[in-house]
Every structure is written in C-alpha cells, then in structure tokens.
Design a protein around this ligand. Structure first.
Ligand SMILES: [Ca+2]
Ligand SMILES: [Ca+2]
Ligand SMILES: [Ca+2]
Length: 208
C-alpha cells in the first residue's frame, strides 16, 4: 500500500503519513499552543503502483494465457525490472503459477507513469522459444539474447497493475535416416552416407 497525499484537507480528515523507507510510513506531529490538542495523525492508504505478469508455455498454441490448463506455468524463473536506461531496479522470481510482481511498496522510487523495462533471459528455458513479438498476450521482444517488455507504470496509485507477460512455445522437429542398402536386407546398419535434399509438404501438398 502507498500513503495518500498528506495534508490534503482539514486536519481532522486529511492524511498525514509520508513514506520514509520501504517499510515505514511516518506522520510528524507539531506541538500546539498550551491547552490545545496536538495535530491529528491520520494514515490514508491506497494500493501501490505495480507491474505484474506471467511466464507461461503456450500449450494450445493460441498465444493467450490459458492457465492452469492447457498451458503450463513457468515457475522459478528470474525476472528483472530496469529503468528506461537499462539500469537494474530489482529482481524477483516467478511463483508456482508463473506470476511475478514489482511494487512501489518495495520500490518507493517508482513513480506514476514511469517508463520501465521488464527483462528475462530465455536461455535457461530452451528448447522452449519465446513467442513472436506482439503475439496475443506476449509482451516481450528480443533484445540481443534477452526478452524485454517496455511498459509504463500505472498512471496513478490505486490504478490496475501494468502488465508484462512472456509466452513460450515448444519447438518441433522431424527427421530420420536416408541410407543406401549395403545388402538386400532393408536395414540401415551399417549406414552409408547418401547426401540428399529433404523437403517437407503440408497435407495440401504445398512445400513448407
Ligand atoms: Ca495534516
Ligand atoms: Ca490529519
Ligand atoms: Ca494458450
């Protein structure tokens, strides 16, 4: 949670708390004239600024998040938050649901509307490949060997979290041996090199 704007009205109704660290919100009191009460110390709170997302394997190939099934959550993967200049602000790890969040509760330096980058390294997930940029719920784009989603923090405290999802898909292959018979027995042992060009066709008999 985030403290609301302090001293934004009459003392009896306004909020007085100011965040002084990631874990402390403080109200400073001033003494009043003798015989009068101290200022009232009130604390108004609103939900913090958040950027959240999900890492998932797109099991049904529609580029949309369909968890927990038929898609699969990618748990325990490192996610980094950077400022727009590429400097690291924080890192976290996806939970069992493939979800993560960065919040101004832990990062009080984040400001409404701030441009940030959410960065992941897809290499440990091989042979899964990132989805294409702009596909469905996938917000990442390649940047060198990394995947980067450039987003803005919510424009105000209490607004819905900004989203940065990263989708992955399996890679598929087809292959086998082409061999020359060394005897009349139809076996590939011992295989003998036979360089040929292989083509693959769709069921419509179009070359792919
Ligand atoms: Ca006040
Ligand atoms: Ca007050
Ligand atoms: Ca899906």
């Amino acid at each position: 949670m985030q403290p609301t704007t302090p001293n934004n009205g009459g003392e009896a109704v306004d909020s007085d708390g100011v965040r002084v660290s990631a874990t402390v919100i403080e109200a400073s009191l001033t003494t009043s004239a003798a015989g009068t009460d101290l200022d009232l110390a009130d604390f108004g709170l609103v939900p913090a600024l958040q950027v959240c997302g999900t890492l998932w394997e797109d099991g049904n190939g529609n580029a949309l998040v369909n968890l927990p099934s038929p898609d699969n959550a990618i748990a325990g993967h490192s996610v980094e938050l950077q400022n727009s200049g590429g400097s690291t602000l924080s890192t976290t790890t996806t939970d069992a649901n493939g979800a993560y969040c960065f919040s101004s509760d832990e990062l009080p330096g984040l400001t409404p509307g701030q441009s940030v980058r959410v960065v992941i390294d897809p290499a440990p997930l091989a042979p899964l490949d990132p989805l294409a940029p702009g596909a469905g719920d996938h917000d990442g784009s390649p940047s060198g060997a990394l995947q980067v989603a450039s987003v803005n923090m919510p424009s105000s405290y209490g607004a819905a979290p900004s989203t940065a999802n990263f989708g992955f898909q399996g890679t598929y292959g087809i292959g086998n041996l082409v061999w020359r018979w060394s005897t009349r027995l139809a076996t590939s042992s011992p295989p003998r090199p036979l360089p040929l060009t292989a083509r693959i066709f769709s069921t419509a008999k179009r070359s792919v």
